[in-house]
Design a binder for this molecule. Structure first.
Ligand code: IMP
Length: 423
């Protein structure tokens, strides 16, 4: 079997970019399967930090081809900026970055619709990144969307106009004050489309099929996290795609029986950005310290992330939904210095104890039940092998492996590629 998956198991921002970058040497193809520029995949090497939004995180390695799959939504304007940022590297983008003709396009009016929809929701807003993700996937499932392949047709601008006009009517329907200059947005969009068309468009499902037949190793890269999945996440405070393992099949055209390893990434604690319930969220000094030490600010929006203890109830749910075979624990170093650590192992739910994620995890229904463990004070960031880990960290890892029934294969102890400990 040729395909491994790599997925976030929490509310996103687990560190997928870093791990894809670390693992790319083992693969021939890195293929992103869902989401769009709402994602911010951060990787760091040679002292420089890189943030990717749509482009797969294998792009800095010359050995691999990177594919933007059919399940992804692409904003040409943001894509152009990503490509421009790559120009300083000696990369032959046209041959190492391939884009599915079936991927959908985010139009400027999708972004405006996102803003109008959020403004109309008031306090109930999703906390969207405002990149037009929801409206673009709505047009996809509503069978109105524009795809990358449409750009190769002579009449694509007519199709664009008719969809954008419809969007403008919808924006007017929302009774909110959204200021915009569509002519200016469109000028940027058309310029970016022109550059996008210079890249390589492919029938990616066919390409990936032939690659599998030829024995190539493929890593499918997810975006966001399982708890933001449109079906299995904390609805409605979710994103608009399937972030879980099944999304790799629909977002790339990969058959389920071709999947070998499912690599699940989680932080040693929990974060969330945007609205929605978060049972283990901390509002005290501990949460504030996690945010500061972990530099918990959104890579796409710069918003501060909410922080809290590790939630094993939610994590077990994600492990099961995805069929995770290997775990990767990120940001272990951020937990250094806490005298005691807490891990949520069950919820008090409507007066009883439960160990699964219920339909509604709003704060008034759910109180976390914690297991307390000893913390450690050692700085992990300079450690290069597991033997150097303090005993309390080893105990933390063993406890999690026992609870989750899946081995933790990587422990990350810093942002750089080299701060990665394989077990
Ligand atoms: P949207 O996908 O931009 O519509 O945002 C929907 C929800 O998902 C919001 O709560 C966002 O903050 C969250 N979200 C979207 N993308 C990411 C991500 O890459 N990391 C973390 N949260 C995200």
């Amino acid at each position: 079997m040729a395909v491994d998956l790599l997925l976030g198991l929490q509310w996103g921002d687990e560190g997928k970019g870093k791990i894809v970058d670390v693992l790319t040497k083992n693969y021939d193809i890195i293929a992103r399967f869902q989401g769009g520029p709402n994602a911010g995949h951060t990787l760091e090497f040679d002292g420089i930090k890189h943030v990717l939004h749509t482009i797969p995180s294998g792009i800095f390695h010359k050995n691999a081809i990177n594919i933007v799959g059919n399940g992804v939504v692409i904003d040409p304007v943001i894509f152009k900026k990503e490509i421009d940022n790559l120009k300083k590297f000696d990369l032959d983008i046209k041959s190492i970055l391939l884009i599915s003709r079936k991927a959908h396009l985010i139009l400027p009016t999708h972004r405006l619709l996102d803003a109008a929809s959020e403004a109309a929701k008031g306090k109930a807003k999703i906390g969207s990144t405002l990149k037009g993700i929801g409206p673009t996937y709505m047009d996809k499932t509503g069978r109105n969307g524009m795809r990358i392949g449409d750009l190769e047709l002579d009449d694509w601008k007519e199709k664009y106009r008719s969809l954008a006009n419809k969007h403008e009517a919808m924006i007017n329907f929302y009774d909110v004050d959204i200021q915009y200059d569509l002519a200016e947005l469109e000028a940027d969009f058309f310029k970016a489309v022109k550059e996008l068309k210079e890249l390589t468009f492919i029938d990616s499902e066919e390409y990936l099929y032939q690659a599998q037949k030829a024995g190539k190793k493929i890593l499918a890269e997810g975006a966001q996290g399982s708890l933001l999945d449109i079906d299995f996440g904390t609805y409605p405070y979710v994103t608009s795609s399937n972030t879980t393992a099944a999304g790799a099949c629909t977002g790339l055209g990969i058959a389920p029986n071709q999947i070998e390893e499912v690599k699940g990434i989680f932080k040693a604690y929990t974060t969330r950005v945007g609205s929605g319930s978060f049972p283990t969220e901390l509002f005290d000094k501990v949460g504030e310290t996690m945010g500061r030490v972990g530099n918990e600010f959104g890579a796409t929006t710069g918003r501060p992330r909410r922080c809290g203890w590790l939630d094993l109830v939610a994590l077990k749910y994600a492990v099961r939904i995805n069929g995770v075979t290997e775990l990767m624990m990120m940001k272990g170093d951020v937990l250094s210095g806490f005298e005691k650590l807490k891990v949520c192992t069950a919820y008090n739910y409507k007066g009883g104890k439960i160990e699964h994620l219920p339909f509604n995890i709003e704060a008034e229904n759910v109180t976390p039940i914690y297991t307390e463990m000893d913390g450690w004070s050692e700085d992990l960031t300079k450690m290069s092998k597991e033997e150097q880990f303090p005993k309390a960290l080893k105990d933390y890892i063993v406890f999690l492996e026992k609870e989750l029934e899946v081995p933790i294969k990587i422990v990350s102890v810093g942002r750089d590629r080299i701060q990665t400990i394989h077990r």
